[in-house]
Design a binder for this molecule. Structure first.
Ligand SMILES: C[S@@+](CC[C@H](N)C(=O)[O-])C[C@H]1O[C@@H](n2cnc3c(N)ncnc32)[C@H](O)[C@@H]1O
Length: 501
């Protein structure tokens, strides 16, 4: 096949995916007792990489890495190449082609990423994808393969069937999407099932490419975790752990005397049961070669080997005296409950340090300091701290990684934005990504401001420029107001690591 027409017609929103960052994957692997390769010098392969919205920022961040993307949709693959050239990056390229037909001389990779591909391709391509992992993973390498799970998708199938039946398969993808929106309104009036109604509400404002490729595309084949694990086995691969946020984590009791393989078997059974109990829809599986050391369920003790960052917000006054549950919102918009005072203090310390990460001992010390500053004298129990941190890491309230070093940029006298951020800001169809590989929701004026940050203008010079820019957009505002907004926006850029140090 030369290209994939549906993705040419309706390209996927190609975004940075925080769960695929190799330094995060390496940290998750360590929690499972598995030693992964150094992400900064890794060879990284992304299958079905779209235009490179995920891969290119990774290559930018780690100039010593070597990144290869493979994408079957010609339109998407060809969008990535000029972007890479404008950045002047020589450590990344996007290859237009079929992942099932890769050249044999690609070599081995420390990280292989396939997000949103496995369930959305025909069976032979699924097999080919796992085959690529088997052939191209380095000895301690990790593959990330996400897929739709039968347990949760069983509830959504009536919606997919109705949308396929009530829209015309021969229409171009954008026109069929418009038809699907009308069908959603009809179904909303007809259906009472709360799960389906919630999904309809979500789909009405979801990205068109998401609705189309999830609900109208030819392939969306959910699979159970147990069946997926069997597929891995038949490709000489093994399950290593989960990279997605989790609300429940398997803990094996009475595992004494079991061989690592015996324990892995029990663990996989428990993972399947978890999917059924929680109607799980989507998994982000980490995979290793079958001849790599056997992994185990995640261990809280391994947290002491890692570093952590978090960008959590709360509108509440934080209660550091009592173990009362309070909610913090993470960049993905999920509300994360935190009850232990020491963990609330840790979250406050991490939010102050963001985008920098703190080592485990530094985080514990910082949490103790926050408690002391607020006059709370309760002694900090480290076991309590570690278990609470373990839960937050599982839920992706706090992200673990293995790299240290300062990530923060500064405003300085002449604020200067990273080349990547400036290019993303002036390129339609590209989102601006934060240093922690998040999508930043920037409006048109904020994107304009980023483009002005070439290090040649003082903050005082930027304000009148922004005032004139806003006037061109039809927005008249006082210089004082624009100046204040510009300053706020610059601090937000600094917080997301967009400014040069
Ligand atoms: C649902 S999109 C996901 C895109 C991207 N990985 C992400 O998560 O944003 C699936 C991608 O896989 C690509 N794809 C499908 N079959 C492929 C194949 N056989 N070889 C390479 N890419 C393929 C599609 O063109 C599309 O860009």
């Amino acid at each position: 096949m030369d290209t994939l027409a549906s993705y040419d017609e309706l390209p996927y929103d190609s975004l940075p995916l925080p769960e695929t960052q190799p330094d995060f994957l390496a940290a998750v692997a360590r929690l499972h007792g598995f030693d992964a390769p150094d992400p900064m010098r890794a060879r990284i392969l992304e299958l079905g990489c779209a235009q490179g919205g995920n891969l290119i920022p990774l290559a930018w961040r780690w100039p010593q890495s070597e990144c290869v993307g493979v994408e079957l949709s010609r339109v998407q693959a060809e969008r990535g190449t000029p972007f890479i050239q404008q950045l002047g990056l020589s450590n990344v390229h996007i290859q237009h082609g079929d992942l099932a037909d890769l050249p044999g001389d690609l070599g081995t990779f420390d990280y292989i990423i396939a997000h949103g591909v496995y369930s959305w391709v025909p069976l032979p391509v699924q097999q080919a994808l796992l085959d690529v992992c088997r052939r191209h993973l380095s000895s301690q390498g990790i593959a990330y393969v996400s897929f739709n799970v039968t347990a949760g998708w069983a509830l959504l199938q009536p919606l997919r069937i109705a949308l396929i039946e009530r829209t015309a398969a021969n229409l171009p993808a954008p026109a069929r999407y418009q038809q699907a929106l009308r069908v959603l309104n009809e179904l909303e009036a007809e259906w009472t099932d709360p799960v389906l109604r919630k999904e309809i509400t979500f789909l009405k404002t979801a990205a068109p490419s998401y609705l189309f490729h999830e609900y109208l595309a030819d392939f969306n084949t959910p699979i159970s975790f147990g069946e997926f694990a069997k597929q891995l086995e038949s490709h000489d691969l093994r399950y290593l752990g989960e990279a997605g946020p989790r609300h429940a984590v398997v803990e094996l009791e009475d595992a004494w005397g079991l061989t690592p393989e015996g324990m892995a078997g029990r663990w996989q059974d428990a993972e399947s049961a978890l999917d059924e109990a929680h109607a799980i829809r989507f998994r982000r599986a980490l995979i290793a070669r079958a001849d790599a050391p056997c992994a185990q369920p995640p261990q809280a003790e391994a947290l002491s080997l890692l570093t952590f960052y978090a960008d959590l917000q709360s509108d509440d006054e934080i209660d550091l005296e009592n173990a009362s549950e309070q909610h913090f919102t993470n960049p993905a918009g999920n509300a994360i409950p935190v009850a232990q005072p020491v963990m609330k203090a840790a979250v406050m310390a991490l939010s102050t340090a963001y985008p920098d990460a703190l080592t485990y001992p530094d985080l514990l010390t910082a949490a103790r300091q926050v408690m002391a500053e607020y006059g709370v004298s309760n002694p900090v129990d480290e076991t309590l701290f570690r278990n609470a941190l373990f839960q937050l890491v599982a839920a992706h309230g706090v992200m673990p990684c293995i790299s240290t070093g300062s990530a923060a940029g500064s405003l300085g006298e002449y604020p200067c934005a990273q080349t990547l951020a400036r290019l993303q800001a002036r390129s339609p169809g590209w989102v601006v990504s934060g240093l922690r590989h998040t999508t930043l929701d920037l409006d048109a004026p904020a994107r304009k401001l980023l483009r002005f940050l070439d290090g040649n203008r003082t903050i005082d010079e930027l304000a009148p420029l922004m005032q004139a820019t806003l006037a061109e957009m039809g927005v008249e505002q006082s210089l004082e107001h624009v100046s204040e907004r510009t300053n706020q926006q610059l601090w937000l850029f600094a917080r997301q690591g967009l400014l040069v140090k």
